[in-house]
Design a protein around this ligand. Structure first.
Ligand code: AP5
Length: 215
């Protein structure tokens, strides 16, 4: 099964992706995580992407499409993938549609996670992420705190705030979302595989909604 997760920053795409990975052994393809790893390793791509990411802007479409084209050809994707944070523009969606056709793939479900801005800002300013590249577990000091403050329950690494979690960057990310990504909702909506999910509910309820669609 291949799934696209749509939703604003903080809607819970990463959190729900990790649930799908744990429960169904699917593969999470997070363009945000891929880019952050490139930045951490100071690759040419990472150096190019950093300024866009820190300000809350989108990395150019052709860079992202290149990353996805390479990633979906890797053998683990045969288990089924979750697109987390991709596509994010109409150009990316059109490029991806061509790619899906060329690679004989099917997108089984498009899930839109929906929540209002006040909640998104509250979640993003209180999020903590595991600094270990191989873990990247997501916590929240208000809603899903770790057992020990500042330490990942899963791997014991330090928890950090992302560099795009300043109030200024979050505001800009939301603006970018409404301008460039929200049009995708009209682009995909209406298909039988499109599902809108209320994302302002307790996590267990959201997971149950997602599970019923996946099943
Ligand atoms: P990316 O990493 O994709 O960030 P994002 O889309 O802004 O989304 P987030 O990761 O911030 O939020 P999320 O929806 O995953 O929420 P989460 O599950 O963490 O992108 C970062 C940057 O990379 C972009 O700004 C751009 O520059 C670049 N980029 C990436 N992809 C790109 C692309 N395709 N094209 C161009 N540029 C690209 O949850 C948030 C918090 O809320 C957590 O603390 C979590 O614990 C908590 N939470 C979640 N759900 C619940 C709940 N139901 N109840 C209580 N708490 C909850």
């Amino acid at each position: 099964m291949n799934v696209i997760l749509l939703g604003a920053p903080g809607a819970g795409k990463g959190t729900i992706s990790k649930h799908l990975v744990d429960k169904y052994s699917m593969v999470q393809i997070s363009t945000g995580d891929i880019l952050r790893n490139e930045v951490k390793n100071q690759t040419e791509l990472g150096i190019k992407a950093k300024s866009f990411m820190d300000s809350g802007d989108l990395v150019p479409d052709e860079v992202i499409l290149g990353i996805i084209e390479n990633r979906i050809k890797e053998s683990d994707c045969k288990r089924g993938f979750i697109m987390d944070g991709f596509p994010r523009t109409i150009a990316q969606a059109e490029g991806f549609s061509d790619m899906v056709g060329r690679n004989n793939l099917v997108i089984d479900a498009i899930l839109e996670l929906e929540a209002d801005d006040d909640l998104l800002i509250k979640r993003l300013t209180s999020r903590r992420t595991c600094s270990n590249t191989n873990c990247q577990a997501i916590y929240n000091v208000l809603y899903q705190p770790p057992a020990k403050e500042g330490i990942c329950d899963k791997c014991g690494s330090e928890l950090i705030q992302r560099s795009d979690e300043t109030e200024e960057a979050i505001t800009y990310r939301l603006k970018t979302y409404y301008e460039k990504t929200q049009p995708l909702i009209d682009y995909y909506n209406g298909g039988s595989n499109y599902h809108k999910i209320k994302a302002d509910l307790p996590l267990d309820e959201i997971k149950a909604s997602v599970d019923s669609i996946i099943k």
